[in-house]
Design a protein around this ligand. Structure first.
Ligand code: ZN
Ligand code: ZN
Length: 212
């Protein structure tokens, strides 16, 4: 069984998640958003004090609040950053936006590894399955931990809300279809961990999310 730790980072109050296997110590960093030395220390302090072995960082999409810590985790742990191949345009835009928001994006390099829909990432004795859920951003993915009953939805699905669709490449219809056809197919008791704000369940969002 995986364990989970979450952090709230950067001026956008983005959620960074560390999922790890307590036995093997393998871990994956989802959306490293640390943007200051203090935030980096918080993230690295947790990983190091638990003797975790980061395998990779994964970006659910290419918006700046979800990728701003990529360079720091790569430098610290020498790990690849993985994302859907369609995120590249957003990465290039984020590179331009970084200065505007006063955030350093390192050299803002593109992801090292492509993640395709349906791909399964092994983390210790558990897995994360890539579910393609674009609409908020091009190349958005969700990550489903079947054994644990967790899904990390980035900015696609939030507690009682959904991601904005007015950014370049956004589409309300596409987002709505992906949430209903792909995320709502998961078991009702699946815990939803979004890229901002509190967690929820698939059951509660099916029932109470007014945006769908
Ligand atoms: Zn976003
Ligand atoms: Zn976000």
């Amino acid at each position: 069984m995986l364990q989970l730790e979450s952090f709230i980072f950067n001026p956008f109050s983005e959620k960074t998640y560390v999922v790890y296997d307590g036995n093997t110590k393998d871990c994956v960093i989802i959306d490293p958003g640390c943007s200051t030395p203090g935030e980096e220390n918080e993230l690295f302090g947790f990983i190091d004090s638990h003797n975790l072995k980061p395998l990779m960082a994964i970006n659910t999409h290419g918006h700046i609040d979800h990728i701003v810590g990529n360079a720091a985790v790569k430098k610290r742990y020498g790990i690849p950053v993985a994302a859907h191949p369609n995120v590249k345009a957003d990465f290039l835009r984020s590179r331009e936006q970084a200065a505007m928001f006063g955030m350093a994006l390192g050299n803002g390099e593109l992801p090292d590894r492509d993640l395709e829909d349906g791909e399964v990432i092994k983390v210790g004795e558990s897995t994360l399955e890539v579910i393609s859920t674009p609409g908020h951003a091009v190349g958005s993915i969700s990550l489903y931990a079947e054994i644990e009953g967790w899904v990390f939805t980035g900015d696609a699905l939030f507690c009682r809300s959904i991601g904005r669709t007015d950014f370049p490449g956004g589409s309300y219809e596409q987002l709505r279809t992906n949430i209903i056809e792909r995320l709502f197919r998961l078991p009702d008791d699946t815990e939803v961990y979004p890229g901002h704000d509190q967690s929820t369940t698939i059951f509660d969002e099916k029932r109470y999310n007014m945006f769908l």
